[in-house]
Design a protein around this ligand. Sequence first.
Ligand code: NAP
Length: 490
Amino acid sequence: MTVEQETRLLRSVPNRLFIGGEWVHASSGRTFDVVDPSTGASLTTIADASASDGLLALDAAVAARDAWAATAPRARGEILRGAFDLLQERAEDFALLMTLEMGKPLAEARGEVAYGGEFLRWFGEEAVRIGGHYGPSPEGTGRMIVTRLPVGPSLLITPWNFPLAMATRKIAPALAAGCTVVVKPAELTPLTTLYLARLFEEVGLPAGVLNVVTTSSAAEVSAPIIADRRLRKLSFTGSTAVGIRLLEQASANVLRTSMELGGNAPFLVFEDADLDLAVEGAMVAKFRNIGQACTAANRFIVHESLAEEFAARVTARVQELRVGRGTEDGVGIGPLINEAAVAKAVRLVDDAVSRGATVLTGGSPIAGSGTFFEPTVVIGVRPGSDILREEIFGPVLSIVTFTDEADAVAKANDTEYGLVSYAYTRDLARGQRLIESLQTGMLGLNVGVVSNAAAPFGGVKQSGIGREGGAEGIEEYLETKYVLTPNPFG
Ligand code: NAP
């Protein structure tokens, strides 16, 4: 990638709010910088919305609501399909933009364009499959109709770690269902969402159906929208702490909510595992997105007979990972998102070591510009260590051991989170038992990535409420209406 390519791309990204089909300045005139985490330098400056801008965006979504709900499902689907097609043409631009604002290696950013795009295609197809049913009441005196209607204007709040996919995973089902939306992207990575809004504009999405407010004051902008009775749905992806606060706010108006929250994924390696496969899976489950994924394996729970060999093999692989700016060839690990993320990785490793763990490789921040942390392997992590309880959100692979299946399951479930687990075993019956005994919304059985637009993504316990993707994803944006009529035959 040349500097000219980067500059040209950044100039083509809108730097204003997108409200009612217009690109507008923040009413206060305020702006904020978007920073490249690999250099600490400002990439560009964009509009900084305040509460009144957020409410204008809601006004626009409310004004567009009825016409969009009345738009033929096929027409809604065609717009999503058009967006999918145009995204393919712009794939390199979207990938580079994510690498610049978030730091992930370009190859992974390309992967996210493919994954994020699939939600546009999948829900473009699902738009025409919003069903209902009709039939006799049990006593035969009536006819029961059950139909599905769009829930209404929706606020979509997204995180910084997957700037495209977390946006399309919400926007696509909402639009397919006939809902209009206000999107509030993360302050750290707003450019991808602005660029996506431009793409929707180009494929003919009517004004007001999709509105984007970028802001450095998330709570100030979102709270009045959530308090407004015209809003009918809140879909949030982010940390559990913020999710809980938003659920409290949403309760005042009994708002429909979807919550995709934090994780603390266990990665189980049983004594009968295919170790080659487990090492391969571990590298993806841990180091994809620089470890900054809600689905990132957070605790490697390995049978005591295999732990040393597993640790040696992953350590050898980790030592081959090249750290650097995501735009450079061969880089596998980019920067962490900011200084706070580096400080957290330092704290968690130091705490584990102070309680008796051993660092096999890495363990420290990398000096110089940008927020880089060495890819790290830690073994012998003791119970009670913070690293077993908190989301690491960094390239640190931490290993504990177990003695038997009951011990493995108890350790895996010893967390308030329940998003995803991974398990490696050749024993089919054990695999089937794990499906029922692991307390997570998803399970990777002999695989290290589960995400797929066609599958219901989501967690149990404090990892969230609701599902995104799959046939289930559109349900989050639909209300069920039941109608009773008399038996027409008397
Ligand atoms: P975060 O701090 O909770 O922020 C998420 C979003 O909420 C951002 O847009 C943020 O805006 C906004 N926000 C923050 N405080 C708010 C408030 N008081 N009121 C309204 N909005 C508020 O999370 P993050 O650091 O961006 O993302 C990392 C977290 O997301 C991790 O816990 C990760 O596990 C989770 N995650 C979950 C999934 C899933 O599908 N389950 C997927 C990806 C990430 P600002 O950026 O302006 O602060």
